[in-house]
Design a binder for this molecule. Structure first.
Ligand code: HEM
Length: 170
């Protein structure tokens, strides 16, 4: 099966999850907490589905093949990929934190009408939406580098040297 199709599905789902997050942000700004909570939880759920599909893709199809020159691989592709992964990890952490505190707030609110959300929720949430956006943009760049600018044909062999023969993809 073409891994490119899997990528299209994953990237499309992530773009949709980000759009849902922006809608959730808008609801928070309008103090519509119920709708904000549902949209943010839906967006987080889509990201979780992404995590599972991404891991499944890695296990089933292996890593993608970068076909460009070695200088670009180490000088640009790998730093970009590491930055992308760091942003994704930060996003997951911030979202998990905010989801946890948001749900706790809803529980407290049920028994105490005066309950206030955790004071860091707004800042962590804004940073989480921003890091989600950066994750998405860098994901598009990684995708373009792999499939549009430097399509497959070379592979890193086990001893760390660079080989142009063959592909990592079965
Ligand atoms: C079930 C979950 C959640 C509940 C109950 C909840 C609740 C709230 C509440 C009460 C506020 C204050 C809104 C106001 O000013 O009246 C708020 C703001 C905010 N929340 Fe959540 N939240 C939840 C999940 C999330 C998640 C997962 C994120 C992810 C990033 C998030 C991001 C934000 C942001 C960015 C703001 C500030 C919006 C602004 O004023 O710019 N929330 N939330």
């Amino acid at each position: 099966m073409e891994t490119r199709i899997v990528w299209y599905v994953i990237m499309g789902a992530m773009t949709l999850a980000f759009a849902v997050a922006l809608m959730g942000l808008r609801q928070a700004r309008g103090h519509a907490i119920g709708r904000h909570a549902v949209l943010m939880a839906a967006s987080a759920g889509m990201v979780l589905i992404w995590l599972v599909s991404y891991l499944a893709k890695q296990i089933l199809f292996g890593r993608e093949t970068f076909g460009g020159p070695e200088e670009i691989y180490y000088g640009l592709y790998i730093p970009l990929f590491i930055f992308h992964m760091l942003c994704a990890a930060v996003t997951l952490g911030l979202w998990g934190f905010n989801l946890h505190h948001g749900i706790r707030f809803l529980r407290e609110k049920a028994s105490n009408a005066q309950a206030r959300p955790w004071h860091g929720h707004r800042l962590a949430g804004r940073m989480g939406v921003l890091s989600f956006g950066v994750t998405l943009v860098t994901a598009y760049l990684v995708y373009l580098m792999l499939f549009a600018w430097y399509p497959g044909g070379a592979e890193l062999v086990a001893d760390g040297s660079f080989s142009r023969a063959g592909s990592l993809n079965p």
